[in-house]
Design a protein around this ligand. Structure first.
Ligand SMILES: Cc1cc2nc3c(=O)[nH]c(=O)nc-3n(C[C@H](O)[C@H](O)[C@H](O)COP(=O)(O)OP(=O)(O)OC[C@H]3O[C@@H](n4cnc5c(N)ncnc54)[C@H](O)[C@@H]3O)c2cc1C
Length: 263
């Protein structure tokens, strides 16, 4: 297990040592709200779990607009939440190879110059996939994992059903320019598009940071101006994930801040 796995395992053990129970594969369909007070969650299988305090690490748009719903929120707050900029633009390609890919173990980055990076990003601004992408490649034995930028969630002239194979090909072709043995070594491949990140992992618009990290969505303006204290207009409902102050990234800061702001 890698270092990230060890951290999550340590966190899980800590929860269990305090008598907590962890459930996976348990989709929350909605948060139960009565008179603007959160009372519990309702799972996709219909089970209701009541609680005095509810913390959500799903992104703020997902939590507030989908799980709570506009009907239980002040109209102006809904409008501001709808305006949080997400704009995911990362795809992931996992390659299973026979091991003779020729890429060194560890991480390799394809970013030959600042101009190259700028052009790779430019494409996303116009709703297009970078023809010359920035790649971050992690290799572990036979598996090669490629982080592909930029591949915007909102494609201007096409859709992800059509463009998925193009992204796979672009990633492989670009990497094969540096590692010619790669193509013949591939046994299997799997693409995770920004749309997959939304549909499978609940990340609105496939945004891995739960809200773009830009000046007007930072610090005291994260997720919204006036709401950086992890609270929401719903009593007993707190936000603790990447989309709130302390996030994004895997720092744990947003969760720690949220825990400290509990009643
Ligand atoms: C391809 C990629 C590359 C990245 N690279 C880096 C990096 O190099 N460095 C870095 O610091 N960060 C990186 N990140 C970002 C990092 O993964 C996130 O910032 C971090 O995972 C956020 O943690 P979180 O716990 O706040 O949210 P998440 O990890 O998104 O966890 C939220 C959880 O809530 C679950 N969920 C959502 N909706 C529901 C629901 N309705 N019911 C039940 N469960 C639900 C999701 O399934 C998920 O497990 C990357 C992310 C991606 C996708």
């Amino acid at each position: 297990m890698g270092k990230a796995g060890e951290i999550t395992q340590a966190l899980a053990n800590a929860v269990k040592s305090f008598g907590g129970e962890i459930r996976t594969e348990s989709e929350v369909k909605s948060i139960k709200v009565e008179s603007q007070i959160a009372k519990g969650v309702i799972l996709a299988n219909g089970e209701e779990i009541l609680a005095n305090q509810i913390l959500s690490s799903a992104d703020p748009k997902h939590t507030l607009l989908k799980l709570v719903g506009a009907q239980d929120l002040p109209p102006e707050f809904v409008w501001h939440t709808q305006s949080i900029k997400m704009r995911g633009s990362v795809a992931k390609i996992h390659l299973q190879t026979n091991g003779s890919h020729g890429i060194p173990e560890g991480t390799v980055v394809v970013a030959p110059s600042i101009k190259y990076l700028e052009r790779a990003y430019d494409a996303a601004k116009y709703g297009e996939i970078s023809e010359k992408p920035y790649l971050e490649v992690t290799t572990a034995g036979n598996v090669v994992s490629i982080h592909f930028q930029s591949a915007p969630y909102a494609l201007k002239k096409s859709n992800w059903q059509v463009e998925g194979s193009k992204v796979e090909k672009l990633a492989i072709d670009t990497l094969a320019e540096y590692f010619p043995n790669l193509k013949s070594s591939i046994v299997n491949r799997k693409l995770i598009s920004p749309l997959d990140l939304e549909q499978t992992y609940g990340l609105t618009e496939g945004d891995l940071n739960h809200g773009q990290l830009m000046l007007d969505q930072f610090l005291f303006m994260r997720p919204l101006p006036g709401w950086s204290n992890h609270k929401t207009p719903i009593d007993n409902l707190y936000l603790c994930g990447s989309g709130v102050h302390g996030g994004g990234g895997v720092s744990g800061a947003a969760g720690r801040n949220a825990a400290k702001s509990l009643k």
